[in-house]
Design a protein around this ligand. Sequence first.
Ligand SMILES: Cc1ncc(C[n+]2csc(CCOP(=O)(O)OP(=O)(O)O)c2C)c(N)n1
Ligand SMILES: [Mg+2]
Length: 335
Amino acid sequence: MSEKVEKQNIQTQLERLNLNADQLIEMYATMCTIRRFEQMADRLYASGKVHGTMHLSAGQEAVAVGAARAMRPNDYLLNHHRGHGHFIAKGADVKRMMAEFLGKDTGYCRGRGGSMHIADVESNNLGANGIVGGGISLAVGVGLAVQMQRKPEIVLSIFGDGAVNEGIFHESLNMAALWDLPVLFLCENNQYAMSMPITRATAKLPIAEKAGAYGMPGYHVDGNDVLQVYEVISQAAEHVRQGDGPVLVEAVTYRYFGHSKSDRNLYRTEDEIDEWKKNDPIIRFRQNLIEGQILDVQQAEKIDLEAQELIDEAVAYAEASPEPEIDTLTEYVYA
Ligand SMILES: Cc1ncc(C[n+]2csc(CCOP(=O)(O)OP(=O)(O)O)c2C)c(N)n1
Ligand SMILES: [Mg+2]
């Protein structure tokens, strides 16, 4: 495609999506920040500084960033165990996130949550959840509360493809549809639930079509195309915000790292991972921005370097932060 045509393409897209160049650059920067955060988290884990386990989302950045851009800052977020990117895209302070990873007192949950349980009630991030599908029903409860209080916010519920095979997914969608609750269900379909490929676990695809069973709209999007995710989630959010009831969006993507730190990746080939890396959401978007003359190569590289610097500063902050005091051990413990 000629340079002129590409430039026109992105300009037409910008007008249609009601986005400006600065917002696109910010989206690109956030995607770089999430990728750099994940890579650093992996290194810190390997060096023994992070305890427990973690679920990395490298490869899935377009879903987090496209969705967050389409939501309003005060909308509620409830997500699943692979949630670092969702919260960074919502505007998390990466210093406090990194501190949480290292179990420090300055972390979002004062070091109690770690990678899998980051929440921040102040910014309406009601938390990640280690129970597969657990966050979906909580989101329905929050949707009910929002509806009863006539609040302007809506609820974004993010979960994986594995959750869709559970009863809780169906019960939650049914109830939300029955009561027209303001919940946007977003399935981040990375095509595996641990080592289980979706084609061996889910009888009928695409997942988006399950929306029809509950009389709600369902959308199937390329989850590695940040602007497509943004466009569809914007439409879905508008529908939900107008009081027209819930929507289900399925974004198809792929994770590069293993399921968790104990995953030896024996269920998929290196070739498959490499094939998906050719469809990398950050490289695709960056190429799009360069061809559309929103950024040049040097500017794109500088943004990525700045993302790395931000993460380095976050690590320094986290490492210098104090451990929680021993006499706070029983705080937040209910018995
Ligand atoms: C109710 C429940 N069942 C099983 C598990 C163990 N488990 C943790 S993550 C996971 C796979 C989830 O896959 P998916 O929903 O696709 O999310 P992804 O990890 O791919 O992001 C399983 C089975 C769990 N945590 N909770
Ligand atoms: Mg999955």
